[in-house]
Design a binder for this molecule. Sequence first.
Ligand code: HEC
Length: 154
Amino acid sequence: MRLLTASLTASLALSLLALLPSSVAGQVERTALSEYRAGLMNTLSTHNASLRAIRSGEVSHPDHLLHHARGIDAVTQMLTAVWPEGSGGEGTRASTTIWENGEDFRTKVRALREAAMRLREGAEAGDMGAVDAAMSDVGQTCRACHSDYRTRAN
Ligand code: HEC
């Protein structure tokens, strides 16, 4: 009986712990907007990795190339609008310096948008030289922005 009570108490304690907001449990919960942005970013990452696998011949789906290029193009159209003032800092990986250096940040968003358009145009034209050049530009714009404006993962 005492054993049963002890294990009931333990499981009650565990379920109560699960009910606590994650910030109390030591980890800051992400904001909905940050989750949404992460979703867009992860979509970019997936399309990008798929493009690389196709161009390197690792997977033989050259007919998918245009879809991935259009996917990146589509996401970068949404990316311009998801940084309202004050939506960085705690609960996100977005550095608050985004709004201190607004002009530079917008330039970096635009650089990705333009590389994505070149990528889509190259893919539509079937011009693999243009696709490869644009893929490399896309990759550089990701890194350039992250090194300045993305904070470490928790
Ligand atoms: C103009 C700036 C900028 C550009 C360009 C950019 N990112 Fe990001 N990225 C961010 C910021 C800021 C975050 C953190 C967002 C947040 O937590 O709210 C982020 C987060 C991420 C994450 C982490 C998502 C998660 O689960 O937390 C991945 C992956 C990512 N970006 C991939 C990419 C890829 C791939 C590209 C290029 C195709 C790219 N990003 C281009 C600013 C940028």
